[in-house]
Design a protein around this ligand. Structure first.
Ligand code: CA
Length: 506
């Protein structure tokens, strides 16, 4: 670890030596935004010109991965540089322990101004930041309540993504310009239930989205996949998720609206979409397809505002001259299913939820148009931010700085990663599991109410539809992977997983 830090710091010095300045850092972290919905990743669903702008001006990570694919735990790993079992935040809806070491504290001690603006949703209030202004819990899409900034909780009029951008540029305007800054922008977009900016309603209504090839997956030979509760067919709700004849008086959304907002919303979802639903009278396969189309249209409309607001922030950096010494990162807290395997949501060690979008520009350091294919993890984010600021990465952080990767120093980088998911049974009934992902394989142990292994051979089965655990010919592969998995569990000190691993499958 120490060698790494020395190497990357010296390279950093060479690259940023011209100005001698430590960079400002803006980390935009969205919620549930799938790489399949980003054009820089080759999306066939939507254009995201501003996220692409970051990628074009810097680096696109094609194998950025998370260590526990749900919201709060990913944010906790960002703050601590550690796995969930080490930072204690294994499940959503807990209280994050802010007395532990978090990277903003170290930046602050080393002369950075730190701020978190937007969605936080970790139960406790942010610590280690000079400033925070956060949504109340999960937060609201329309006219949201904001906490912090030395003020009482305040309801602000407008759409959440616009408001977060406005608070961000206001804070940048008023900051102490004698210090470099690190600002985390926590976006609510694109979290369920996908309520778009009113000006984006219907933005994709003219489009007919292709079904993913695994949309009709029947999960043969894959018990965990068969037992989940996250399909567009059975789990996605017509009312709350797709806004068909939804009772928004009861849900409270209408209470937040001005009468004008309410009219626009009602005209679209009640007068247009719900009537279309009534008229069609779809059932069975036709209904599932209609739900998929509606899901994507709402989701992508929410993402449209997200991308537009990223553009506003990039324009602000250009206008103020900050762009040339500011690192800009865009990432999601994890990946998301856009109908693959018939699903929405996340949670699995499988590809679409394990991988997350991650693009980053760093003028003078990252060559524009760089692609990084190494396995980079969300526990690496904190060490990298510290490394960029010239702050020593504490030994207790489990991730490592990936700055060397950006400069072509790729030897000694990990060839496999460790994953551990916990939340069960609610929501979505995904069995707890841990496992290893290598260049070619996924080996996972499901536990709790389940007790079995799965193996996927990604070279032969990139869509992960065929569990080959126990099949003849894979004995040596399985033995080797179990050995490597055990090594990772030991390295990351996951005692619970070690005990399960050493128990034979019942
Ligand atoms: Ca999330």
């Amino acid at each position: 670890m120490r060698e790494y830090i020395t190497l990357s710091l010296s390279l950093l010095f060479v690259f940023s030596g011209a100005s001698g300045q430590r960079p400002n850092i803006i980390f935009i972290l969205s919620d549930d935004h799938a790489y399949q919905a980003i054009s820089a990743y080759g999306s066939r669903l939507a254009e995201t010109p501003n996220i692409d702008r970051i990628a074009r001006g810097g680096a696109l990570f094609t194998r950025a991965m998370v260590t526990n694919s749900i919201c709060g735990p990913s944010r906790a790993s960002l703050l601590t540089g550690k796995y969930s079992h080490k930072n204690g935040y294994t499940l959503n809806e807990r209280k994050f322990n802010t007395d532990q070491l978090v990277f903003p504290t170290l930046l602050k001690e080393n002369g950075y101004q730190t701020a978190w603006i937007g969605k936080w949703h970790l139960g406790s209030l942010p610590k280690g930041f000079d400033y925070f202004r956060i949504l109340n819990g999960q937060g609201e899409y329309y006219n949201p309540d904001l906490i912090g900034g030395g003020r009482d909780t305040l309801r602000m009029t407008g759409y959440v993504t616009d408001i977060i951008t406005r608070l961000t540029t206001d804070w940048l305007d008023g900051r102490d310009t004698t210090k470099p800054f690190c600002l985390i922008v926590g976006e609510k977009a694109t979290h369920r239930e996908w309520l778009p900016d009113l000006s984006d309603l219907g933005a994709y209504d003219g489009k007919d989205f292709p079904l993913p090839v695994t949309f009709h997956d029947r999960y043969e030979g894959r018990r965990a996949a068969a037992d989940q509760d996250m399909t567009i067919d059975r789990t996605m709700r017509l009312e709350e998720d797709l806004k068909v004849h939804a009772d928004y008086e009861r849900s409270g959304i209408y209470n937040r609206f001005t009468s004008e907002q309410k009219k626009v919303f009602y005209d679209y979802y009640e007068n247009k979409i719900s009537r279309e639903f009534d008229r069609r009278k779809d059932t069975g396969e036709a209904l599932v397809r209609w739900k998929y189309q509606r899901y994507l249209k709402d989701y992508l409309s929410v993402a449209r505002s997200l991308d537009r607001n990223i553009g506003r922030l990039l324009d602000y950096l250009d206008r103020t001259g900050l762009a040339k010494n500011t690192v800009v990162i865009y990432a999601s807290d994890q990946g998301f299913y856009m109908g693959e395997h018939g699903w929405f949501d996340k949670r699995w060690i499988y590809e679409e939820s394990l991988r997350t979008p991650f693009v980053m520009r760093y003028p003078g350091v990252i060559r524009p148009g760089t692609k990084v294919g190494e396995m980079m993890l969300n526990i690496d984010w904190a060490p990298t931010l510290l490394d960029m600021a010239g702050v020593r990465v504490p030994e207790e952080m489990q991730g490592r700085s990936f700055l060397p990767l950006l400069k072509g120093e790729r030897t000694g980088w990990r060839k496999s990663m460790y994953y551990h998911y916990y939340e069960y049974p609610q929501p979505h009934h995904v069995y707890p599991h841990f496992g290893i992902r290598t260049e070619r394989y996924v080996l996972a142990r499901f536990y709790g109410p389940a007790d079995f292994w799965e193996l996927y051979d990604l070279r032969k089965d990139p869509k992960e539809v065929r569990n080959v655990y126990g099949e003849a010919g894979y004995e040596k592969v399985v033995a080797g992977l179990k050995e490597r998995l055990k090594g990772l569990i030991r390295e990351y000190e996951d005692q619970e997983a070690m005990e399960i691993l050493e128990r034979a499958v019942k």
